[in-house]
Design a binder for this molecule. Structure first.
Ligand code: ADP
Ligand code: MG
Length: 204
């Protein structure tokens, strides 16, 4: 379904989408954080883009692990280690693969969620990226149809998950310092995940 060549194209497009939405993501991080989510991810994905030429011809595991390591080492905020862990955990399961199936994609997302839960000591309902990721994974597992349909179901659930973060009180990350004042705000990380996921959904 996704060749390693397509995987590299998807990652390159992810970097562009983050760059295009840098200001938007940073604005979302203003009222409930420290106004840097877009800046953090743009820095990380810029470093990822610089590494992409060295990844041509490599297996999916190596590609995903390198993306993860690059994010961990270049992003200062919480989102760097969290997204970095997500890519590294997914990469560990995709070692040696030249092509990713829908099942592989589900494994990657499952590993990403578990990695973030472990690293962030977090779970759903805490107004974080997990509130978009977990609904996307659940919807994809429940969906039937073509890969494009399954991914569309995942994207719809992620978008609904972003909306739902507005009704949550943050209990993890910087937004948790605000307590109830985090209510009414859309989580930056849930939003960036949905943007990244939309790249995969559009590519397949
Ligand atoms: P920082 O909070 O260090 O400034 P960013 O602004 O880049 O880092 O990222 C903030 C996002 O990270 C939040 O919107 C949230 O989605 C996510 N996040 C923060 N802490 C956690 C955690 N413990 N578990 C999961 N996601 C988290
Ligand atoms: Mg921040």
């Amino acid at each position: 379904m996704i060749s390693t060549k397509q995987l590299l194209d998807i990652i390159a497009r992810m970097a562009e989408v983050i760059q295009e939405n840098k200001d938007f993501l940073t604005e979302l991080d203003m009222p409930i954080g420290d106004s840097d989510h877009g800046i953090n991810l743009a820095r990380g994905f810029q470093a990822v883009t610089a590494k992409l030429p060295t990844l041509e011809g490599k297996d999916a595991g190596t590609i995903l692990k390198t993306v993860g390591l690059t994010l961990v080492s270049t992003v200062g905020g919480a989102s760097g280690p969290l997204y970095g862990t997500a890519f590294m955990k997914a990469g560990a399961k995709m070692a040696g693969k030249q092509e990713l199936s829908m099942d592989d994609l589900l494994i990657c997302l499952h590993e990403a969620v578990e990695g973030i839960k472990m690293r962030g000591k977090s779970t759903t309902g805490e107004q974080t990226m997990l509130d978009a990721m977990v609904p996307a994974l659940e919807a994809m597992k429940a969906a039937a149809g073509t890969p494009a349909e399954v991914l569309a179901a995942g994207l719809k659930a992620a978008e609904a998950g972003v909306e739902a973060t507005k009704d949550m009180i943050a209990t993890k990350g910087r937004a948790s310092y605000l307590g109830e004042r985090s209510l009414g705000h859309q989580d930056p990380g849930a939003t960036s995940f949905t943007l990244l996921f939309s790249v995969i959904a559009k590519a397949v």
